[in-house]
Design a protein around this ligand. Structure first.
Ligand code: VGL
Ligand code: ZN
Length: 215
């Protein structure tokens, strides 16, 4: 057992914060707590993900004659249509300006295939195209991951479940995550599903009690 741990910070980008194109309520509130966690030297690796879509991405409602947040079937895959967000190199795709990137070892971009959405940090929504993150983590001997960020009921959720699929011990840091909660109740539903699949729901206070990594 290596006991090595990674912190995975999901999509703390301007578009997911108040004022952004796909704002998550209170999305910016978690930034100070994320900064504190990432700088504590508890984690062997810190990864930050960035939703990174080309203009006209398959997940965008605009140009499809559909309302944002409606669902469509594309090649048998259910796709939620979102307001245009996190367009590559736009300000909305930038990390929140207060997010401390100094402790971040790896920035992983996802969602750049124009025809496949990618909620999870591990697998795109076709459930087979890999981002490569599990190879990186396994290669670094990481056994346990701590997931936090935005949005709890979308990318944080799918990343956590795929972490279980790849046999990591997965912890969701509840107080350092915020959800869209549309439809209302989604956050509670995904928390229940995560627990059922073996994700440990924890909070930053508990995480701070963990041993500091060997340096
Ligand atoms: C996300 C919806 C669309 C997320 C990304 O980061 O949770 N949600 N793209
Ligand atoms: Zn997206």
């Amino acid at each position: 057992m290596s006991n090595k741990k990674a912190l995975i910070i999901i999509d703390i980008q301007n578009d997911f914060c108040p004022g952004g194109a796909l704002a998550v309520p209170g999305g910016d509130e978690i930034v100070p707590a994320v900064n504190e966690l990432s700088s504590l030297h508890k984690f062997d690796k810190v990864i930050a993900t960035q939703d990174w879509h080309p203009p006209g991405h398959i997940s965008f409602a605009s140009g499809k004659d559909k309302e944002p947040f409606s669902e469509v079937k594309i090649d048998g895959v259910t796709q939620t249509l979102w307001p245009d967000h996190c367009v590559q190199e736009s300000e909305g795709a930038d990390f929140h300006p207060d997010l401390d990137l100094k402790p971040v070892d790896l920035i992983l971009r996802k969602g750049s295939d124009p025809n496949i959405d990618s909620y999870s940090a591990f697998l795109e929504n076709d459930k087979k195209t890999e981002t490569g993150l599990h190879h990186y983590l396994k290669g670094m001997d990481i056994e346990e991951i701590f997931v936090c960020g935005l949005a709890l009921d979308v990318c944080v959720y799918f990343s956590s479940l795929d972490g279980i699929k790849y046999n990591f011990k997965v912890n969701l840091i509840r107080d350092v995550s915020r959800g869209i909660d549309q439809p209302q109740g989604s956050v509670d539903e995904v928390l229940g599903n995560m627990e059922e699949k073996g994700v440990v729901i924890t909070d930053s206070g508990e995480v701070k009690k963990h041993k500091t990594k060997r340096v």
